[in-house]
Design a protein around this ligand. Structure first.
Ligand code: BYC
Length: 329
């Protein structure tokens, strides 16, 4: 369990202490970073552990849809880029677990929450990658959505999360470009390649638009997370930014966004989109998506197969541990 009650060895006076709460909010309002040893309300700590651990799980599970194509990449160059991208995602998961650990939760507990299905991870990774074009669509759309969501997280009020996000965003930017380049080649290619690109866009568009989370009216955490400057924009604001940036990119490739209601709205100065199927979103989040079972089973198998590495690392650490210095009487 994480030590909500103890911060830097000091007893936490509790979330209701109005003086501490006011001082804490004043620091947030002044754009100061909150660091691991600082006093923070228990609910702030809990929100961050929830969000950062879910984010870490998403990166780790997110390696699977693309990992599916590593051995089938069409050229050595494509394989090298995809391999680097998947490895980056493993690295993002590790920085994020480390950032969550600064809040007092053990990595083993987060792993347990993922493996038992108690923790969420991003809905997007519960869809299958059926063709090579899906690798292009994931880089373009999923990493594009991730950048839109994560650039503001570089300014998150919690220092360790904000700092981890700076490096993550640099790498996500390369991921997005490699995806768009794959799509560009396919879109400029033979009719069958164009058809693959369009089919991938058709299947990934709506899940990518829904990745930003439920509409603002149904978002349980947004209001408080905005006050705490964990979130800088609401789910709908970020979704709109993503749509506005991505629809012209599809047009540049002469591909069609699979939404008959998607059109420029001069009065709003934004693209409109049609209604989204939020029942499907919740079904996928709650385990009923096309790939939820496979994703968790693959993670459980990888965890079990890695047991010998954890045991060897623990044995090595024990062997090389500094002998305990016993204080002289
Ligand atoms: N999927 O109150 P809300 C990546 C849940 S990794 C599943 O708006 P919040 C990448 C939400 O957790 C992508 N669940 O929540 C990796 C909450 O449930 P709980 C991951 C979702 O936290 C590899 C409930 O719905 N990115 O990009 O204020 C390759 C109500 O939602 C989803 C991050 O994790 C979803 N899509 O806002 C390529 C970024 N959306 O927890 C790419 C960090 C919502 O109460 N996270 N839920 O049980 C965030 O920015 C925020 O947590 C979210 C949601 C915007 C995702």
């Amino acid at each position: 369990m994480y030590s909500q009650g103890l911060i830097g060895g000091q007893a936490d006076p509790g979330p209701d202490d109005p003086v501490l709460l006011a001082l804490f909010q004043a620091r947030i309002d002044a754009e100061e970073k909150i660091e691991a040893g600082d006093w923070m309300p228990a609910a702030y700590r809990k929100t961050l552990i929830r969000q950062i651990s879910q984010h870490a799980h998403s990166e780790i599970i997110g390696m699977q849809p693309e990992g599916n194509w590593l051995a089938r990449a069409p050229t050595l160059r494509r394989k090298a880029a995809l391999l680097a991208k998947v490895q980056d995602e493993g690295g993002h998961g590790l920085y994020l677990y480390a950032a969550a650990e600064t809040l007092g939760i053990a990595r083993e507990e987060m792993q347990e929450q993922l493996l038992t299905g108690a923790a969420k991870y991003s809905s997007i990774f519960n869809y299958p990658t059926l063709s090579w074009a899906d690798i292009g669509a994931i880089g373009w759309l999923v990493d594009g959505a991730a950048i839109m969501n994560q650039i503001p997280l570089c300014r998150c009020s919690y220092g360790p999360y904000a700092r981890a996000m700076i490096r993550v965003c640099k790498e996500e930017s390369f991921h997005q470009r490699q995806g768009y380049e794959v799509m560009t080649r396919l879109a400029e290619g033979a009719p069958v390649q164009r058809a693959m690109a369009q089919d991938a866009l058709n299947r990934w568009w709506t899940p990518a638009v829904m990745m930003f989370g439920p509409p603002d009216g149904a978002s349980t955490h947004s209001d408080q997370s905005m006050i705490w400057k964990i979130k800088r924009f609401t789910n709908d604001d970020l979704r709109q930014r993503f749509v506005d940036a991505t629809v012209p990119q599809a047009a540049y490739l002469s591909l069609t966004v699979p939404d008959p209601d998607c059109r420029w709205n001069e009065a709003r100065g934004h693209y409109d989109i049609g209604p989204l199927d939020w029942d499907e979103f919740w079904r996928v989040v709650k385990g009923g998506g096309p790939m939820n079972r496979e994703r968790l089973n693959a993670r459980r198998a990888a965890h079990a197969e890695g047991a010998w590495v954890r045991e060897a690392a623990a044995a090595y650490a024990a062997k090389h541990a500094k002998p305990q210095v016993v204080a002289a009487e």
